[in-house]
Design a protein around this ligand. Structure first.
Ligand code: DGL
Length: 270
């Protein structure tokens, strides 16, 4: 048994690496649904079905707790899964809540009523499906009042990063930031709401300017998971194996993974 980390593809390795750093003694099983990525342009039912199938595979691998590192799955599928699908003895957690708790200056798991917070204008950069779901705004509204969110669907960025086309990825990031700034000229904070965007964090920061606080999720997710496991130690299983599963071609996926983890890993067929 172990803790599972799910993503539509390889971007979730940005979360995996921070979790592995923060919790070196916890065995982690990673699942990348590379055969069906990207999720960001799929419809809600499709994302729900694919995510449930992947999470079931991680349960079969002995993980009682699965983190949806994928923002699109967290935004589109997680609530429906938690409400009607996840069995009592299992947990599935997403990536938006830890981020929003940090932005709204809350302790992890603080479910007190929404209140005024320092940040008033937030720019959200995410996939088209995440933006369409409005899940970020919904989770934020549970915790804060008076925060204006402007969301920018960042078409093309994930594909450009996956294809290793850094020049195109940079050009797209700059044009998406420009588009957002036309609607919200002075955001105080920006959320990089896709697993791949941390790889472009310096470009986002440069395009947004030094006064904008850019929030990535990987470290926040790792910290909140550490806190969660402190409070729920039974959710860590007894298994010792780190395993990387993919629905894609394991050899091809393993070679692409080097860009995300900066070390060799071997994916196995899921
Ligand atoms: N993992 C997805 C996310 O974080 C990005 C890639 C995709 O569209 O599947 O939203």
């Amino acid at each position: 048994m172990a803790v599972g980390i799910f993503d539509s593809g390889l971007g979730g390795l940005t979360v995996y690496s921070k979790v592995a750093e923060r919790l070196p003694d916890v065995p982690l099983c990673y699942f990348g649904d590379n055969a069906h990525a990207p999720y960001g342009v799929r419809d809600a039912d499709d994302i729900y079905d694919l995510t449930c199938r992947a999470v079931e595979r991680l349960w079969d691998a002995g993980c009682d707790l699965v983190i949806l590192a994928c923002n699109t799955a967290s935004a589109v599928a997680l609530r429906r899964m938690q409400e009607s699908w996840v069995p009592r003895d299992k947990r599935v957690l997403g990536v938006f809540v830890p981020l929003i708790e940090a932005m709204t200056e809350r302790e992890w798991g603080d479910n007190s009523p929404p209140r005024e917070v320092a940040i008033k204008n937030v720019a959200l950069f995410a996939t088209p499906a995440t933006v369409a779901s409005r899940a970020f705004q919904r989770e934020l509204a549970f915790r804060a009042i008076g925060v204006d969110v402007e969301a920018q669907p960042c078409g093309g960025v994930v594909d450009a990063i996956e294809d290793g086309d850094d020049i195109l990825a940079e050009a797209l990031v700059r044009s998406h930031v420009e588009a957002l700034k036309r609607r919200m000229p002075h955001p105080q904070a920006a959320v990089l709401g896709s697993t791949h965007y941390p790889l472009m964090q310096p470009i986002f920061q440069d395009a947004l300017g030094p006064d904008v606080k850019v929030y990535g999720q990987a470290e926040l997710v790792a910290d909140s998971l550490a806190d969660y496991l402190d409070r729920h130690p039974k959710m860590i299983g007894a298994g010792q194996d780190q395993v990387f599963l993919t629905t894609g071609n394991p050899k091809h996926v393993s070679s692409k993974a080097v860009k995300f983890l900066r070390r060799e890993i071997n994916f196995q067929a899921a």
